[in-house]
Each structure stands twice: as structure tokens, then as C-alpha cells.
Design a protein around this ligand. Structure first.
Ligand SMILES: *[C@@H]1O[C@H](CO)[C@@H](O)[C@H](O)[C@H]1NC(C)=O
Ligand SMILES: *[C@@H]1O[C@H](CO)[C@@H](O)[C@H](O)[C@H]1NC(C)=O
Ligand SMILES: *[C@@H]1O[C@H](CO)[C@@H](O)[C@H](O)[C@H]1NC(C)=O
Ligand SMILES: *[C@@H]1O[C@H](CO)[C@@H](O)[C@H](O)[C@H]1NC(C)=O
Ligand SMILES: *[C@@H]1O[C@H](CO)[C@@H](O)[C@H](O)[C@H]1NC(C)=O
Length: 462
């Protein structure tokens, strides 16, 4: 009946496996098995009697008969009762061409049963009937095992999905978000009357409310407004009409870069073309955000800031406003300050008080912000690492400019330590962070280049 004793031994082994798993089944399942076996036997008998000359090459078992007999087959999933192995051993072939794709298409579940020499299309006789009778329980087991296989096969695994979401079908994955406000009723598609393309965040204390009110009014309805409150006072802001549509995030005594790292993940703010991450003490009388964006687009600035006034008392030449230009990207510093005219602080440089990032630049900068270095000092010198060429894509907008008022607001939120004023402790921390950031960056770059077998001193020079 079977090709060789070796093959029959294999079958016996498999039946042994099947029997073991049978024995461990729950009683009602065994009952089902018995009933199904009986039905299978009767079915086989009827087939054998009714179609004594049926060529099984053309016997299509409809999918309703083998409902979950999925054609696709996961090779290493199940080592015990292997459907394919059993079918092979029985010389029952399936249509592999449609199987390979793992299609769950029901209409493709067409099985061709062939016993030994299909090509010869021998006639169906009693031998074959007995064979089918004998195999009915095995067929049931195959079916049952397939049912479990099927459950696994319908599992989804998409490696290109975001990390952790591999089990989801890609079309349901919402990888990015925004700060758009939705209403609680109606059709979700009709919630948004507008989708602002720009985002502006201010890190604020209530004492600066008038300044912030003036600043917010310079940003049109095309901006989403986010306030990070470091003093815990949020409801008071509702005296301003715009406050009711703003996003308020209240966490006490944290810095702008702390909030930015926590709440402005690039995937969260992916809806916005430009992101303003601003301090609270900026005078905006001569600033218009829409005009600013136009200039930034025109000059291809990925990272920018408005020019600063007054000119005296500012540390860097680069960020000083120039009266005679729209935008500038390079400057001259004091002798010896710039090792290269294309490097900070002569080019590729803006300060951290009022930066504006394009979506792409922010995606890079966010990753560079360190969770524990909350003041962001040193970040300004490293921004250039996020755009290429930095001396062309980083610049200062002169014709839309702001006034740096230098209100030491958050600085006063520090604590007196060792007899020093709170702001002194904060300032020391800022300097310390700067050093730490620089050394982390150097170590990171050296590690990278060394791994590539490149002399770090030579490569980081540029
Ligand atoms: C598998 O599906 C692809 C398209 O999805 C098709 O081009 C290919 O011919 C299919 N292969 C088989 C063996 O059916
Ligand atoms: C299933 O197969 C039928 C006929 O071959 C075809 O028309 C249909 O598009 C298929 N469906 C899927 C989901 O592949
Ligand atoms: C807001 O954006 C739209 C589309 O870009 C523009 O037409 C409109 O003038 C902008 N609003 C303001 C106040 O500039
Ligand atoms: C790179 O420069 C530093 C100091 O600038 C030096 O200590 C180090 O030995 C140099 N490394 C190599 C590989 O030249
Ligand atoms: C730096 O690299 C250049 C060429 O890649 C090489 O000629 C030069 O000797 C290197 N300098 C050092 C200090 O390794």
C-alpha cells in the first residue's frame, strides 16, 4: 500500500505523535474526533462505492470540506505533526503553485488528491477506498493540526512597521501624530476646520503673560500654540481668548529642552513644516511669523532664528540683526574665534533662545538632545551636524527680528545652595552641561570613526 516500509514506519511514528496529542485532548474534543472519524469513514466508504472509477486527480475537495486547510505552510513552526510531511507521506499532493504565496483566498483552496501515480489516472477501486477509510482519522488530525497552524498563520508580522508594532497590519498603523484638537461628537472627518502647518512653543511662567500674549498675536491661525508651564499656573491664562485653543503642558521647574525632549518627539509633531521653540522673554514688535516663514523658505533655511536686537550686550556676532539684509548665513567673529569661516560661531550657528526648525532638521536635533542635559547649552554649536551643508542651511533672518529682553525668569526657579543665589547655581549647571555635552559628542564621534578604522582627529576636524 505504501511505498516502502521506511515510509510506513514514518507514518506510524507520526500517528504515534498524533495519538499522544490525541490522548491529551479534552473529553469533548475526543468525542468530536470520534464523530468526525466516523463521518470520515462513512464518507470514504460512500465515495468508494459511488465512484468506483473516479480518478482522484480531478477530485476537488471544496474548501467547505477542509475549511482551514491553508495552503501556505510554515516550515519550522510545528515539528510534531507536520501537515505537509503527512500529506507527502500519503502522497497526497496539494497545488503548490497557489500555496507558495500563503494566500488566504478561499477560492484558491483547491486540493488535488493523488495516490501514487496521478499521471496514470488509475481507477478508483476498493483498495483506494480502504486506504481512505484507514486514513480518515489521520486526515482529521491533519485538519485539526492545520486549524491550529491556521491560527498562527493568520498572525501578522511586518518588520517594516515601527518597532513594536510588527503584529499590526500596516494600514492600521498610525505612526505619526499632531496637536490638532478634535470635538467629541459628529463625524471625525469633519472635526478639523483647519490644520495648522506650523508649531510654536513657549516655555512660560505666568509673570510673563503680557509678553507671551503679545508674542502669540504675532502668530497667525496657521500656527498651533503650545505653552510649557514651569510654574504650574495654567488656568489663569484663560483670560486670553487664544489660550482656549492652545495646548497647555504643566510640569513644574523644567526647562525648555526638557519639555521639548518629552513632548515634541518628531513623530508627534510630524504634521508641522516648521517648529518654533522659543523662550518667553522675546520682544516681537518687529516680528511677523508668516513673513518669517516666507523668508526661511525662500532662502532654504532648515534651522534659523530671527536677528537679535539690541546689538550691544550680545555674545555672538552671528545672531545680531543686520539692518541691510533679509537673511545672513555667515559672519566674522573676533580674531581666533573661528577655526574655519564655515564653522560656528561664524556660520552654521544660531542660539538656543529662539530657534526655528524645519521638520527634517528637528527630526535630527531631537535625537541629539540629551535627557539629562536640560539647559541645552552647547546644542547651538552642534546643530550644524544635522544639516548639510550647514553654512547654507542655517541662518539668521534680519528683516523679521526680535528683542532679547534677558529676563532671568527660569533662572530664579533654582534653589539656594552653599550660600549662592539660585541663579548662580543654575548658571554653573549650564556651564557644566556644556562641557558634558561636548565631551559626549567627541566620544561618540571618536567611537564611530574608530569603529570604521578612520583616525578620529582627522575626520572630526571638519
Ligand atoms: C505570488 O503573488 C505574486 C503577486 O502578489 C505573483 O506575482 C506571483 O506570481 C505569485 N506566485 C505564485 C507562485 O502564485
Ligand atoms: C481570490 O481569487 C479570485 C479568483 O481567483 C479573485 O478574483 C480574487 O481577487 C481573489 N481575492 C484575493 C483577495 O486575492
Ligand atoms: C495661512 O496659510 C494659508 C495657506 O498657506 C494662507 O493662504 C494664509 O494667508 C495664511 N494666513 C495668514 C494670516 O497669513
Ligand atoms: C587625537 O588628538 C588628541 C588631542 O587632540 C590626542 O590626545 C590623541 O592622541 C589623538 N589621537 C590620534 C589617534 O591621533
Ligand atoms: C589626515 O588625512 C589625510 C588624507 O586623508 C592624510 O594625508 C593626513 O596625513 C591625515 N592626517 C593625520 C594627522 O592623520
Amino acid at each position: 500500500m505504501l511505498r516502502s516500509s521506511f515510509e510506513s514506519q514514518k507514518i506510524v511514528n507520526r500517528m504515534g505523535n498524533a495519538a499522544r496529542s490525541w490522548a491529551s485532548r479534552k473529553p469533548n474534543e475526543s468525542m468530536r474526533l470520534i464523530v468526525t472519524t466516523f463521518v470520515g469513514v462513512v464518507f470514504g466508504f460512500l465515495i468508494g462505492v459511488s465512484f468506483p472509477t473516479l480518478s482522484l486527480t480531478k477530485l476537488n475537495l471544496p474548501s467547505s470540506l477542509l475549511p482551514t486547510l491553508d495552503l501556505s505552510y510554515n516550515e519550522d513552526h510545528r515539528s510534531g505533526l507536520s501537515t505537509q510531511a503527512v500529506l507527502n507521506a500519503l502522497n497526497l499532493k496539494n497545488d503548490k503553485s497557489s500555496a507558495r504565496n500563503g494566500s488566504l483566498n478561499d477560492t484558491s483552496k483547491v486540493w488535488y488528491l493523488s495516490l501514487y501515480d496521478v499521471q496514470n489516472s488509475f481507477s478508483w477501486g476498493w483498495i483506494e477506498t480502504y486506504k481512505l477509510l484507514a486514513l480518515s482519522p489521520l486526515l482529521y488530525m491533519v485538519w485539526h493540526a492545520q486549524q491550529e497552524d491556521g491560527r498562527h498563520m493568520k498572525e501578522i508580522w511586518v518588520p517594516t512597521n515601527p518597532r513594536g508594532a510588527e503584529r499590526l497590519p500596516p494600514k492600521i498603523v498610525a505612526a505619526e501624530s499632531d496637536f490638532y484638537l478634535h470635538r467629541l461628537w459628529g463625524n471625525p472627518n469633519e472635526d478639523l476646520t483647519s490644520k495648522p502647518k506650523y508649531l510654536v512653543t513657549f516655555t512660560v511662567g505666568y509673570n510673563q503673560k503680557n509678553n507671551i500674549d503679545a508674542a502669540v498675536k504675532k502668530f497667525s491661525e496657521n500656527f498651533t500654540i503650545v505653552l510649557f508651564h514651569y510654574d504650574g499656573r495654567t488656568t489663569e491664562w484663560d483670560e486670553f481668548e487664544w489660550s482656549k485653543r492652545a495646548i497647555h503642558v504643566s510640569v513644574r521647574k523644567q526647562t525648555k529642552w526638557w519639555y521639548a525632549k518629552r513632548f515634541l518627539h518628531p513623530d508627534i509633531v510630524a504634521a508641522y513644516d516648521y517648529i518654533f521653540i522659543w523662550d518667553e522673554d522675546l520682544g516681537v514688535e518687529h516680528f511677523n511669523a508668516e513673513e518669517y516663514i516666507k523668508l526661511v523658505r525662500k532662502h532654504g533655511l532648515e534651522i534659523s532664528q530671527p536677528g537679535l536686537e539690541p546689538n550691544k550686550g550680545l555674545t555672538w556676532q552671528m545672531t545680531k540683526r543686520r539692518g541691510d539684509s533679509e537673511v545672513h548665513k555667515v559672519t566674522e567673529e573676533k580674531p581666533g574665534w573661528c577655526s574655519d569661516p564655515h564653522l560656528p560661531p561664524c556660520a552654521g550657528f544660531v542660539e538656543i533662545m529662539a530657534p526655528v526648525f524645519s521638520r527634517d532638521a528637528w527630526r535630527c536635533v531631537w535625537y541629539m538632545i540629551q535627557n539629562d542635559l536640560v539647559h541645552g547649552w552647547g546644542l547651538d554649536f552642534a546643530l550644524r551636524k544635522c544639516v548639510e551643508p550647514a553654512h547654507e542651511k542655517i541662518g539668521v533672518v534680519d528683516s523679521q527680528w526680535i528683542v532679547h529682553q534677558s529676563v532671568p525668569s527660569l533662572g530664579n526657579q533654582g534653589e539656594t545652595q552653599n550660600g549662592k543665589a539660585p541663579w548662580q547655581g543654575v548658571r554653573e549647571r549650564c556651564r557644566k552641561e556644556w562641557t558634558m555635552f561636548q565631551s559626549r559628542m567627541t566620544i561618540a564621534e571618536n567611537t564611530y570613526f574608530k569603529a570604521l578604522g578612520i583616525d578620529p582627529n582627522n575626520s572630526t576636524a571638519h
